[in-house]
Design a protein around this ligand. Structure first.
Ligand SMILES: Nc1ncnc2c1ncn2[C@@H]1O[C@H](COP(=O)(O)OP(=O)(O)OP(=O)(O)O)[C@@H](O)[C@H]1O
Ligand SMILES: [Mg+2]
Length: 138
């Protein structure tokens, strides 16, 4: 487990970039943290860590958004408005189990049963003005 404190949004992007750079295809990153914690900023870094454009936004009205990168697709889920695990699985099981891609899930803790046991768990919490505490496990 590792922890880091970031003091700017760009540092949170950089933390995502550093994590993704060492993740192989087929990995899942499960992001937890309250509204505005910085999950989407972390996702921008994850996409960037595989060489993609760091322009992710929360896919508010779609369950999943795909970013093409030189290393393969990054599938960005946002489960904030998702109704049920069954619905998510029915509409996006291919993306969730992509062997060539990277899966990164905002609000992952809402549907823990959807996540593989070896998912990398990232938790972001407010830690003072402009600061965030990021915990990555394992
Ligand atoms: N150290 C920091 N790291 C990340 N974001 C920060 C930091 N300090 C301030 N912020 C601000 O916090 C907000 C984080 O927004 P972001 O959309 O990444 O959060 P989120 O967790 O995805 O939110 P949501 O739950 O609505 O999807 C942005 O407005 C950003 O500028
Ligand atoms: Mg978000």
């Amino acid at each position: 487990m590792s922890t880091a404190v970031t003091t700017t949004p760009d540092e949170t992007v950089a933390a995502g970039r550093a994590l993704a750079a060492r993740l192989p295809p087929g990995s899942t990153v499960a992001l937890s943290g309250e509204l505005g914690a910085g999950k989407t900023h972390f996702v921008r870094g994850v996409v960037g860590g595989w060489g993609g454009a760091e322009d992710a936004t929360s896919p508010t009205f779609t369950l999943v958004h795909e970013y093409a990168t030189p290393r393969g697709p990054v599938f960005h889920f946002d489960l904030y408005r998702a109704a049920s695990a069954e619905e998510i699985w029915a509409s996006a099981h291919d993306e969730l189990e992509s062997p060539d891609g990277l899966v990164v899930v905002e609000w992952a803790d809402r549907f823990p049963a959807l996540l593989p046991p070896d998912a990398v768990r990232v938790t972001i919490v407010h830690h003072g003005e402009g600061r965030r505490l990021i915990t990555i496990a394992p």
